[in-house]
Design a protein around this ligand. Sequence first.
Ligand SMILES: Nc1ncnc2c1ncn2[C@@H]1O[C@H](COP(=O)(O)OP(=O)(O)OP(=O)(O)O)[C@@H](O)[C@H]1O
Ligand SMILES: [Mg+2]
Length: 252
Amino acid sequence: MTRVIAVASGKGGTGKTVVTANLGVALAELGKDVTLIDIDLAMANLELVLGMEGMPTTLQDVLAGEAKVEDAIYTGPGGVKVIPAGLSFDRLKSADPDLVKDVVAQLMDKTEFVLIDCPSGLSKITLVGLESAEELLLVVNPDISSVTDALKTKIIAEKLKTQLTGIVVNRWTKSGFEMDRKEIEKILGGEVLAVIPEDPEVKKSVSFGQPVVLRSPDCPASKAIRELAAKIAGVEAKIEEKKKGFFSFLKK
Ligand SMILES: Nc1ncnc2c1ncn2[C@@H]1O[C@H](COP(=O)(O)OP(=O)(O)OP(=O)(O)O)[C@@H](O)[C@H]1O
Ligand SMILES: [Mg+2]
């Protein structure tokens, strides 16, 4: 069975692409078969975060009817599969957003997880992305504008029969001026599955085009993302920690 999860927010820059990339790699580390799709055609970033820019066939080509889905799937860091949006503007005009549904349909039963990195706002392609998924993962920053924009996305998603699986609170700073977990859960009517702190390692990893969970596996953001992956996959992160401890004991 394939779980299709739209990673969306409402407001821009909350961390959707960073979460999609790293959650994908963390799920792959748990042994899951994961396919990531970047549907942010205008501002494609997923391939940059994963260090995979310049792939010859991309989602743009598929949505323009010029290529098959399988030709646009590449294996990325940690074994995660990726359909990049493509950085060129060549096919942007001829790309048909509705074909995103067909792309997702063709992945059914061929992979365990499809994570769709949605653009911010509620453009046509975001709506198609939300509709193509069964589950919604909201990525918010702990401030009121980010949370209220996410609520709009959740309401639209539910109209499209896509249910909220959980909320990721990203860029937590402990400044004392942020919304707390309970408040966010109350407004959005869902569970906060992870709180990812503001972490300089995330910015560094983005500049190097390497997922933070691989580049800095022990930094606070990576730990939070691995716990998120474990929750989503239904596996306890602690089990992995225990295993790690056991293997380092054996190595010693
Ligand atoms: N936990 C974090 N700690 C520090 N910096 C972060 C964190 N999460 C994200 N960032 C920074 O924020 C930037 C924007 O993140 P990202 O591109 O994932 O947002 P987005 O929601 O996908 O944006 P858009 O709406 O434009 O698609 C990243 O390039 C990174 O530099
Ligand atoms: Mg993005």
